[in-house]
Design a protein around this ligand. Structure first.
Ligand code: HEM
Length: 417
């Protein structure tokens, strides 16, 4: 349930960020400096800013609650000093600027801040600067398109016919370049995330194909506006009415694309399958070294929150005690050791600095007790995927373990074997 709420908040966040920032950016390119369209764009930007703030606060709250509650300093730290924390700060700050100064020039900076937040978290952040930059370009162009449509929609009522025709003309000229950037950045981001492969049988890839299909319908409508309605605007009343209808359909398609994107980024992974093959050979229990790792797994993550738990059994074949002193993973900003403890009706989580392994003994990390805590996940944990972790032991040194992601319901059952 929590994951569905988080995905819905994500979708609303897209609407707020792209809608608010988009109107501000489109206003900046469509109107002479200092001149505001004088239509409903100011209240719309204000509302989008307020919604962006709300989404940032709720997402941060869910994140902290999941990590251990507001009284746990480790949880607050994990939010503040992770890419998610930075993204939420940009979303919150941008939202505040848009809500308080919706018509000013500062609004452009607030809008850009909102859009930058997309380059910091999500799948794009797993591949470094190039994917972050391409997703930022992609999202900014999409925002401009949506914002421009909103301005045209509002203007269809408020502007006199001649001025309005010039505005639509300016929009459609600029759109040719900006929508080109959107598509180019979309293809680049997809290619980088999928490592230049495309398999329609993979759910993530099929989701992208659905987005491409919806975008193609949008482009079809844009052509209708440009080549059929625009030349007739001002000459009769019907083209303007049809333009308003076409824009309404386009905005509805944007909502569909947001829903598809929120579902894709919350419940699907571009890595699913791709990494599995690569790690399959190494996923087997490692029995030869002084430390043996078995039953290494993680439940599919509650998406949108950027955290995950991991479990494993460590057997120490050395005839001396050892200590697990550090854990890291390329999939997360940080991995720490935690212990859940139930006192009365309250379950609390505490960070643990190290785990002691007796000579020849075993340490079990299992639900309800000790576990690995992943914070600032770069991609959600999707069932069937595998996640590598590096465990650092005082004596035995660094050991790699591969956690298999199990579906949420099956996770606990899987642990018992
Ligand atoms: C008007 C059309 C589109 C809109 C409004 C749109 C919107 C978005 C948004 C808001 C994100 C950010 C997701 C996040 O980081 O949380 C995103 C990411 C992305 N988009 Fe689009 N998009 C559009 C078209 C497309 C098309 C046609 C493709 C290519 C097939 C595409 C491919 C991608 C990819 C690969 C990502 C990264 C997803 C991830 O992190 O897993 N988009 N898009």
């Amino acid at each position: 349930m929590l994951d569905i709420i988080a995905a819905i908040i994500k979708g609303l966040g897209y609407l707020a960020a792209l809608g608010g920032a988009g109107i501000v950016l489109a206003r900046a390119t469509l109107f002479p400096i200092g001149q505001l369209p004088g239509i409903g764009s100011v209240p719309a930007v204000r509302a989008a800013g307020a919604l962006a703030m709300l989404c940032a606060v709720v997402t941060g709250g869910l994140f902290i609650a999941r990590l251990g509650g507001p009284s746990d300093p480790a949880a607050i730290d994990a939010v503040l000093w992770s890419p998610l924390g930075a993204a939420l700060a940009l979303q919150l700050g941008g939202g505040i600027v848009l809500a308080l100064m919706p018509g000013g020039r500062l609004a452009v900076i607030g809008g850009i801040g909102l859009l930058l937040s997309f380059g910091l978290v999500g799948h794009a952040a797993t591949r470094g600067l190039s994917t972050s930059a391409s997703v930022f370009a992609h999202v900014s162009a999409a925002a401009w398109w949506l914002g421009g449509l909103a301005v045209l929609f509002a203007g269809a009522r408020a502007h006199p016919a001649p001025g309005y025709t010039a505005l639509v003309d300016r929009f459609s000229r600029q759109a040719m370049w900006i929508v080109g950037v959107l598509v180019l950045a979309a293809v680049t981001t997809a290619a980088l995330l999928l490592e230049w492969t495309f398999d329609p049988a993979r759910i993530y890839d099929a989701g992208l194909a659905a987005k491409a299909g919806l975008t193609a319908v949008l482009l079809g409508l844009a052509c209708l506006n440009r080549f059929v309605l625009l030349p007739r605007l001002g000459k009769a009343e019907w083209p303007r009415r049809w333009l308003v209808r076409a824009i309404m359909v386009e905005i509805a398609i944007f909502l569909g694309i947001f829903a598809t994107t929120a579902w894709l980024t919350s419940f699907q992974s571009p890595h699913a399958g791709a990494h599995q093959g690569a790690h399959e050979g190494r996923a087997a229990p490692r029995g030869t070294g002084p430390i043996r790792i078995t039953d290494a797994w993680a439940p599919a993550s509650i998406s949108g929150l950027g955290t995950g738990a991991g479990y494993l059994t460590i057997s120490n074949a050395q005839n001396a005690p050892d200590r697990l002193v550090g854990v890291a993973s390329p999939w997360a900003e940080s991995v720490t050791l935690h212990r859940s403890q139930t006192v009365g009706a309250m379950t609390r989580m505490r960070a643990v600095a190290a785990l002691d392994l007796p000579a020849g003994g075993q340490f079990v990390l299992a639900p309800g007790g000790y576990h690995l805590m992943f914070t600032g996940l770069y991609a959600p944990f999707v069932a069937g995927d595998t996640v590598p972790v590096i465990l650092t032991f005082e004596r035995a040194g660094r050991i790699e373990a591969i956690l298999t992601i199990r579906p949420f319901g099956a996770a606990a059952a899987g642990h018992r074997h």
